[in-house]
Structure formats: structure tokens, C-alpha cells
Write a protein that binds this ligand. Sequence first.
Ligand code: PMP
Length: 422
Amino acid sequence: MESIARLESEVRGYVRSFPTVFTQSRNAHLWDEQGRQYIDFFAGAGTLNYGHNHPRIKAALLDHIQQDGVLHGLDLATSAKIRFLETFESVILRPRQLDYRLQFTGPTGTNAIEAAIKVARKAKSRSHVVAFTNAYHGHSLGALALTGNRRYHNEHYGSHNNVSHLPFDGYFGPGTDTAAQLRALLQDGSSGLPIPAAIVLETIQAEGGINVASDDWLRAIRALCNDFDIALIIDDIQVGNGRTGTFFSFESAGIRPDIVCLSKAIGGGLPMSVVLIDPALDVWQPGEHTGTFRGNQLAFVAASAALPLWREDTFAHQLKRNATSVETRLNALAQQHDLPPARGRGMIWGLCLPSQAAADAVTQACFEHGLIIETAGAEGNVLKFLAPLTIEHDTLARGLEILEYALQQCAPIHDDKRVAIP
Ligand code: PMP
């Protein structure tokens, strides 16, 4: 830890919340160098949907390395890439009757967003993009322009040109239909809002505080994109890959986005990003958007090992059972502590505490008792539940027990001054 404090930039973040040196990890457990065990309700911010070191992923990686498989390939044809493309097509796209071209970008989510907005702008010959309040799309400058929270912005970074932030579903409370407002702005030639090339949204805003868009709202946005010839880009970087209970987060709404950004868990825990593009919008020239680390070979191998889980009943059953337990237990905790009902779906949930101080006290108490859980939201007051989808039922129950204990220890959480870490 001393070398981290001495050598690593001030920008470091999570290490400050969880100040220990982790050495090992398996499924939903981490261990530190003192041999302390932690339950992981954070899952690499949604990267470890299949848990740490899933045995199938591990075996496939070891085998690939053992056989001297290609480790770096830019966008050359490799056997690992072809296997991934074919697996993704047969396991994910075809059963959902989806037809997309896949673009591999540099392996971070923010890279995928950059590519998505560029290709949409080019295809629609317009530069404006609409994003939403509390959106989080990454930190490179194009993606940052779409990210709402002022905490990540600094006037000296340069302009946010060509982006408008409009109210997300529920932003003004349940009585206001923000999709209808957006439609009215688009219809009014004098509203000041240019017709955008794209509308970019997360179906559940994860970093933004677990704000869930209703299926009706998503369908209304899809309809206005059709009516005004706007590309609908769904950022499924955090809430795709099964996080909401289905592989894509938009499945329950029955909509078909024009572009989908996937990252985080798509690589089975290894860095990888993919942009799914409607073939009609695939207007790239060869090599027009590149990146040295696009198409991470080891991530192709890991992903090809993980995706077949989506065909297996045991995986689907475990996911459903875990999701039901979490929802029930978190809502019971919310009621017990006089908090608003838990927000979320599947295996992403948020518990809204009255203040950031209260949320920080609870996450600290959790950490001290062996549970890793993070906060989210504009005010940092939402406890964000994000365990691996594959968490063992007992481990999940134990983690929820620790959370309950931490909430009790920090009660009464409605009065900041009385928040006490045990
Ligand atoms: N979009 C969403 C919805 C995200 O949650 C994140 C990461 N938290 C990003 C984009 C950016 O991804 P990355 O940090 O890999 O650049």
C-alpha cells in the first residue's frame, strides 16, 4: 500500500474506499494478503458477471496460452475471433432475431461510445447527439460530453459541443412524460434543439443511481427515433451481458436499437468492447476508426467460453433465483429502515440512503465486515448492488446479512450526525 500511495497518481479512487491488498479471487469472493475473505457485491463495476476466475473461462485461457494461440492480432482474422463471432451469432443474436455487424474497438467502454457516436453522426450526416440527465458514458472527451455528472467535468477540458442533455424517464417524478417532452421539442422547429444524429441512453442508469427507464418510455423513445430518423444507441456496457436478467437490458421493452455498445462483462472479465451496428448504418471506410488493442484475443477466448452459459438451464435458474432473493431482501431492508423501495431489475439494485455520508458509512461498515459494495448516484447516496450473476446462493445470503448488519450499525441513517461506523 505504501508504494501505491507513493507512486500512483492522485486520480486513484476505489483503492481509497477498499484499502487493502487483494491477492486472490474466485467467483464472488476476494482474499487480501492478510488472508481476509470478502464477498464481492461490486463485481468490477459489472465486469465480473460470470464471477472471478470462472472455471470454464480459466480452462479456455490456459489452453489457449498453452497452445501458443495468437495473443495480439489487431483486426487480423484469428481463430479466436472467428470462434467468438460465430458463438455470439448463434448464442445471442440469432435466438433474438437480431442482425448486427460487430465492430471491435479499443477495449474500454468509452472507446465503444466514441465509435458509436462517430458512426451515427456519419451515417445521419448530422452532428448533434441527445443524452440524458444522470447519464454515464465514459471519460474520453466525446463520451464525457454525454456524461451528466459535473464532478467529472472541468471547463479546461474543452467544449461539450453538439450534445444536449434532456430529462431521463422519471427525472421530474412519475407525473411527467419526458419522452413526450422530447418529442415536442423535436416537433417544434423553434425549440432550439437540432434534430440529432443519435439519442444515447442506458436503460438503467447505473452510475447515475440505478434509475430504471420503463419499457413504455423506451418504446416511446424508439418510436420518436423512427419518426425523426434518429439512431437509437443503447449503452449496455454496464447493464447488458445479463445484468438485468436477460442478455440485453432492452429485451423486456421489445425494442431493437440501431447501435448497441457492449463492454465490461462481454470479455468474461478481460478487456473487450464491441459496438453492434445495424448493417444499414455501417458506413465506416476500412480502417477509418482503429485502435491497437481492438479485438483482444484472450477476451475472445474468455467470451467464447462464457457465452454458452446462456443456453444452459442451470445458469438461467441460478440467475433467476439470485435475482428474486436480492429484490425481496433489499425491499425488506428498505422497509425496515424507512427507505424508498429498492430500484433495479435482475442483479442490479440500488438502495437510496438519505445522504452520501450515510451511504459511505454503510459501505465502510460493510468493508470492515467483509463485504465490498459501492455507491452511485449524483449525490453518491445510492448503495449499488452488483454481485456476480453466478454468486452461490449461500454467499449471496451471507453478503445480504452483512449489509443488513451494517445498516443496523449505522442506524438511524436519517440523521447524518448520528451515523456511526461500528
Ligand atoms: N458506459 C457505462 C454505462 C458505464 O457504466 C461505463 C463504465 N462504468 C462506461 C460507459 C465507460 O466504460 P469504461 O470505464 O470501460 O471506459
